[in-house]
Design a protein around this ligand. Structure first.
Ligand code: FES
Ligand SMILES: [Fe+2]
Length: 336
């Protein structure tokens, strides 16, 4: 499976907290980019991570104020990517500049625009306001996976795998047993998948974090904003009661890095037990284990698919409706 890349889109490149006065290198849609923050305005700068002189990665350079001094022979670039000094001569070649990417910091993420900069409209960035809302406590991380990014989209849009891959963590039999409803707005590029379990076992993830002991009502409502942002709105309450409702917002940013490579940004935000360090530590560690189960499985799946003869067939069923809608949207966005 090779999912085409969609350009002229915003992608999450980092958490804002990862970008400072040292360089952060990330590759997005095959483009190596270096990120840093300016000294005075603390603004995020994103430049092509290859010096125009001999292609040395600028992420291996140093900062002189807000300018990047190439670590190989000293070509110096300002935050717009314009070369302002070269060694051994006064004259700076007119073509001495590196690409500067539009960036925006929204909801604790650093978003980068890949494509025509004239089309970069920040209003198009899909929102995850809970990520920066003090009413929620958030744990988060990022794992690179060596797989086609479409495999991660598939994985997240079909949570029936929780029952099998994440048994003993977030999966219970009811997840796989309960049918889904899917609603795709292919024009807007949004897929919604709902699975409402009215009487389900409580998996350790929620039992240990909420303290509920017994069966639960478990509502999963997914919103996928193609290509990058995925939200799982999770609502847990003791079965048969309406209140209290424990609200968990599970966020993923799915950023294709290169063919066969994806950045898996993950976060869990909760509106209960806020400020409780033990719950925070439990969720950070437990969810990281869950993410790593997916990382291991997707690495295995990618290798298996690479060994398949060309033209292999898949067999899709009802649980795949969300993933199939996402594939159609991604193909359309990539073809534009
Ligand atoms: S490669 Fe950067 S100055 Fe030579
Ligand atoms: Fe998973």
């Amino acid at each position: 499976m090779t999912t085409p890349f969609a350009r002229d889109q915003w992608y999450v490149a980092a958490y804002g907290s990862e970008v400072g006065r040292t360089f952060l290198a990330r590759t997005v849609l095959g483009e190596p980019i270096v990120f840093y923050r300016t000294a005075r305005e603390a603004r995020v700068v994103a430049l092509a991570d290859r010096c125009v002189h001999r292609r040395y990665p600028l992420s291996q350079s140093s900062l002189d104020g807000d300018n990047v001094v190439c670590g190989y022979h000293g070509f110096t670039y300002d935050p717009s990517g314009t070369c302002v000094s070269v060694p051994g001569q006064e004259r700076i070649p007119r073509t001495a500049r590196v690409t500067s990417y539009p960036v925006a910091e929204v909801d604790s993420f650093v978003w980068v625009w890949i494509g025509d900069p004239a089309l970069a409209d920040e209003q198009l960035i899909p929102r995850a306001p809970h990520m920066a809302d003090p009413q929620f406590d958030t744990v988060r991380g990022m794992e690179p996976i060596d797989c086609d990014y479409g495999l991660l989209v598939d994985n997240l849009l079909d949570l029936s795998h929780e029952t099998y891959l994440h048994a003993g963590y977030i999966g219970t039999p009811e997840v796989a047993m309960t049918p889904i409803t899917t609603d795709a707005d292919e024009q807007a590029g949004i897929v919604r998948v709902a699975r409402h379990m009215m009487d389900a076992a409580c998996p350790p993830f929620y039992a240990k974090s909420t303290g509920i002991d017994g069966r639960i009502t478990r509502l999963q409502d997914i919103e996928y904003f193609a290509p990058c942002l995925y939200l799982l709105h999770s609502r847990i309450s003791p079965a048969g009661e309406q209140a209290p409702v424990f609200r968990t917002e599970i966020t993923y940013a799915i950023t294709p890095s290169a063919p066969g490579k994806v950045y898996d940004f993950w976060a869990v935000s909760r509106d209960f037990a806020t400020g409780d360090a033990a719950v925070t530590e439990f969720l950070r560690d437990f969810n990281h284990q869950v993410v790593m189960q997916d990382v291991v499985a997707l690495n295995i799946l990618q290798r298996a698919l690479e060994a398949e003869p060309a033209g292999y067939q898949e067999l899709s069923i009802g649980i795949d409706a969300g993933g199939l809608a996402a594939r159609r949207i991604l193909a359309r966005l990539a073809a534009r």
